[in-house]
Structures are given as C-alpha cells and as structure tokens.
Design a binder for this molecule. Structure first.
Ligand SMILES: [Zn+2]
Length: 93
C-alpha cells in the first residue's frame, strides 16, 4: 500500500527561492524552471573535487602520515623504547 502524502499547492525553488504553484497532476517539481534546475546541477558539478585534486590530497595525507610515523619512531628511540633494528617502516611495507 502506498502512503499518500498530501500534495503541496506550491513549493519554494531552492535555487532562486521563489514560490511557485504545483500542477494538480504529475511529479512535484523541485525547481521553478529549467534554468534553475540547470544552475543547481552546475553548482553541484563545481562542488565536486576534480579527480586530480583528490589524488593530490591522498598523496599529501600519505606523506604527512609517513612524517608523523618517522617523528614518533625518533621519539621512541630517544626514550629507548625501541631498539635501532625495529624501524616501523620495515614492517609496514
Ligand atoms: Zn527558481
């Protein structure tokens, strides 16, 4: 059984914030016009990070993780908790 939600008489366009009437039949539109629909799609498109930017971000975080690992190892060595043989990078890769 389909739950019957009350059909709104009018909705607000999320793009231009104008209120517009909804036709009595068919799908309830989200946008007031094709132009607003297209503009919202373009905005979503530009909000997505480009693939190269995402890869650069991954590389950067891998680099900083390695730097943190190195720093932590030096500290452990200074505190004499680790012997010189047990470098963490040898076990990781
Ligand atoms: Zn609109």
């Amino acid at each position: 059984m389909r739950t019957h939600k009350k059909r709104p008489a009018s909705v607000t366009c999320p793009e231009c914030h104008s209120r517009f009437a909804v036709k009595p039949h068919g799908r309830v539109p989200k946008f007031c016009c094709q132009r607003c629909r297209q503009r919202a799609a373009e905005k979503r498109k530009w909000l997505r990070p480009a693939p190269l930017v995402a890869i650069a971000h991954d590389i950067e975080s891998a680099r900083s993780r390695a730097a943190i690992r190195e720093e932590a190892w030096l500290l452990l060595k200074q505190m004499r908790l680790m012997g010189p043989k047990a470098h963490p990078c040898e076990n990781v890769r």
